[in-house]
Write a protein that binds this ligand. Structure first.
Ligand code: FAD
Length: 390
């Protein structure tokens, strides 16, 4: 099955690998030879991805749930926010696989193979991918599995522990995900609960914590105790079963690591596509996949892709620098952003799709002192610049 040379090997068939395969199939590469390789056992990753969008996307057939509103609980205020023109959507991993398989059905040269990528090597003419001892040669490798090439420690980390819980009586509002709920003890970091309902009886309840650069993520037992307490005291249920758990620690970087080689392009979380101030990557990965497919179709190489813009990286860096010193600012910042602005403006900004007027309105709502101090520290020539010119 792997004989001969491939136009592209996609190392890792998770969110970024599958999304890229779909975009290549739909974007002028349907007649090429493309191999997607994914290990049999999924790593510590998401079972579903949530994101907000206002426009149609290539993989919309994978969306299983879509919400018009979200709730936030911060700074002593509880709000239900209409999202128009956005919808908050959910894609489950099996549905993503199915949607991409549908796109690949008309592409006889595309294949998905189970296997473990052991090495990805660059060369001047071709790249080589070693899968379960077999060497595969290819013009391009899209790599979401090799560790990031980065000497600097992450600016912060985002620690998740999620439980998919099932209750035997109606417990959750099926129409309203909770984007963040700070009504949980705040030990050292900045901690909130995220709740994604799947009907009235089931929900993913996730404890999310920004961990400052030099701090340690809380122990799993502490996180589980915090989740149990949230379910008992805030949701009001002590009787539930935990159908599934997920747990991960994501490095957050305002300045993404280098992602290109001669014939290799890193993709997904390891290419720094997780947005540093939110932990979301789904929409960034879709835009990145579309740009890679467009660059290949137009120029025959995948490198004509936009990076995230400098001012958004600076704003992410400022937020992370403030959180590093004063984690409690996260709750204050989110509370102010959502109480003084329409949700759509905040989401546009977090999606890096805002204009200067949006940004001035958002910045005006924040307490100025810690942000100005952090911004000054970041741009002063004596300090290590967190944000560098690309
Ligand atoms: C628990 C969790 C929840 C998240 N929730 C959201 C969310 O709701 N919304 C959002 O926008 N972002 C979310 N993210 C952030 C981000 O979208 C995900 O991390 C996303 O899955 C990143 O895509 P990826 O392709 O880089 O990695 P993955 O989706 O993890 O894909 C990598 C794939 O490579 C495979 N693999 C790994 N090593 C090898 C190997 N050696 N050989 C072969 N295959 C290998 C893995 O099995 C996996 O299938 C979440 C992250 C985590 C950890």
């Amino acid at each position: 099955m792997t004989a001969g040379r491939f136009d592209a090997v996609i190392a890792g068939g998770g969110l970024s690998g599958l999304s890229l395969a779909g975009h290549l199939a739909a974007g002028g590469w349907a007649d090429r030879r493309v191999l997607v390789i994914d290990q049999a056992e999924p790593g510590p990753s998401a079972s579903c991805w949530a994101f907000w969008s206002a426009r149609p996307g290539l993989l919309d057939s994978a969306v299983s749930r879509s919400f018009r509103q979200v709730a936030v609980h911060a700074g002593g205020t509880s709000l239900v926010l209409p999202l128009r023109p956005y919808r908050y959507r959910v894609v489950r991993r099996p549905d993503l696989r199915r949607a991409v398989a549908g796109l690949l059905a008309g592409c006889p040269g595309f294949a998905v193979r189970r296997g473990r990528v052991q090495r990805v090597g660059d060369g001047t003419e071709v790249a080589e991918v070693v899968v379960d001892g077999e060497r595969i040669h290819t013009r391009w490798v899209f790599d979401s599995v090799s560790p990031a090439r980065c000497d600097e420690p992450a600016d912060a980390r985002l620690a998740f522990t999620g439980w998919e819980v099932r209750c035997d009586r109606p417990t959750f509002d099926p129409h309203t995900p909770v984007l963040f709920d700070f009504r949980t003890p705040q030990p050292d970091g900045a901690r909130f609960v995220y709740l994604l309902p799947d009907g009235e009886y089931r929900a993913l309840v996730e404890l999310t914590e920004f961990v400052p650069r030099h701090a340690r993520p809380p122990a799993p037992a502490q996180r589980c105790a915090a989740l149990a307490r949230y379910l008992r005291d805030v949701v009001g249920t002590a009787t539930y079963t935990i159908a599934r758990t997920e747990s991960a620690v994501l490095p957050l970087r305002a300045h993404p690591p280098s992602r290109t080689g001669c014939h290799i392009l890193r993709t997904g979380a390891r290419a720094g596509l997780v947005k540093a101030s939110t932990g979301y990557a789904y929409q960034r990965i879709q835009r990145d996949s579309a740009a890679i497919a467009g660059s290949l179709a137009r120029y025959g190489h995948p490198f004509d892709i936009p990076g995230s813009r400098r001012r958004y990286r600076l704003l992410d860096a400022v937020l992370l620098a403030v959180l590093d010193r004063r984690p409690a600012q996260l709750e204050r910042a989110f509370a102010r952003l959502f109480t003084t602005n329409p949700a759509a403006r905040v989401l546009r900004f977090l999606d890096e799709d805002s204009n200067l007027r949006d940004e001035l309105a958002l910045i005006r709502g924040l307490p100025p002192a810690p942000y100005l101090r952090a911004a000054t520290r970041l741009v002063l020539p004596s300090g290590r610049p967190l944000v560098q010119r690309r």
